[in-house]
Design a protein around this ligand. Structure first.
Ligand code: PRP
Ligand code: URA
Length: 230
């Protein structure tokens, strides 16, 4: 049976602003999501609460990412003896986290996809120049046969995400099988990544105002990795 492409419940980010790309998607801008992000943004939020509320947002992002995977028609018989014409996922997935902050999203993925394979890419922004540097990549051997959920909560200049996606392409992952999940984007970073990889999809929680002189997202949440892990 033919696989059918179904787009998830996220609103295309292009609806939020005329010049945003078509392959950018934004979570539904609910008051719940805004309330979760308000806690995460607050500089007085304790580390425990920061982790708890980030995890809730990560779970929403993963659930939305799964909405973008293709499904195939599937028929089951229910306990009432009736036939139900539903759908089942088609195609294998894996996660790839951009270390370090991306690792925080792994749990959300595991909660939705038990025993999912997870690869790691270590990319760090130089604190002075904000330019990304690739240190390490360890990816599942059969990654080229999988849909890849690329995980990193922050999309600032876009440099780290671009390097990570270039790495996935070197490992022969098809661009259209890459879904980049992030919690917070700058408009310029989001545009840069989407334009560099028009067949990949970026699913973001919220699009902020922009970047400051140190290339931090504003109003933003500060250093996500530091606040989550240290
Ligand atoms: C942060 C963040 C992204 C990157 C985003 O990582 O987690 O990977 O910056 O910035 P960009 O879009 O301008 O590249 P960082 O390099 O600070 O490392 P960390 O995860 O260890 O905090
Ligand atoms: N990395 C972060 O953790 N936060 C930003 O605002 C930008 C990059």
């Amino acid at each position: 049976m033919a696989a059918q492409e179904r787009v998830g419940t996220s609103i295309q980010a292009s609806e939020a602003g005329p010049d945003l790309p078509k392959n950018a998607f934004r979570l539904a801008q609910t008051t719940q999501l805004d309330a979760l992000l308000t806690i995460v943004r607050d500089q007085r939020t304790s580390r425990g609460d920061f982790i708890f509320y980030c995890d809730r947002i990560f779970r929403l992002l993963v659930e939305e990412g799964l909405n973008h995977l293709p499904v195939i028609e599937k028929q089951v018989t229910t306990p009432t003896g009736q036939t139900y014409n539903g759908v089942g996922f088609q195609g294998a997935i894996c996660g790839v986290s951009i270390m370090r902050a991306g690792e925080a999203m792994e749990q959300g993925l595991r909660e939705c996809a038990r025993s999912v394979r997870i690869g790691k890419i270590l990319i760090q922004r130089d604190e002075e120049t904000a330019l990304p540097k690739l240190f390490y990549a360890k990816l599942p051997e059969d990654i080229s046969e999988r849909y890849v959920l690329l995980l990193d909560p922050m999309l600032a200049t876009g440099g780290s995400a671009i390097k990570a996606i270039e790495t996935l392409l070197e490992y022969k992952v098809a661009e259209e099988r890459i879904l980049f999940l992030n919690m917070l984007s700058s408009p310029e970073g989001l545009r840069k990544v989407c334009e560099a990889f028009p067949k990949a999809r970026v699913i973001t929680g919220w699009i902020d105002r922009g970047l400051d002189e140190k290339s931090y997202i504003v109003p933003g949440i500060g250093d996500a990795g530091d606040r989550y892990f240290t």
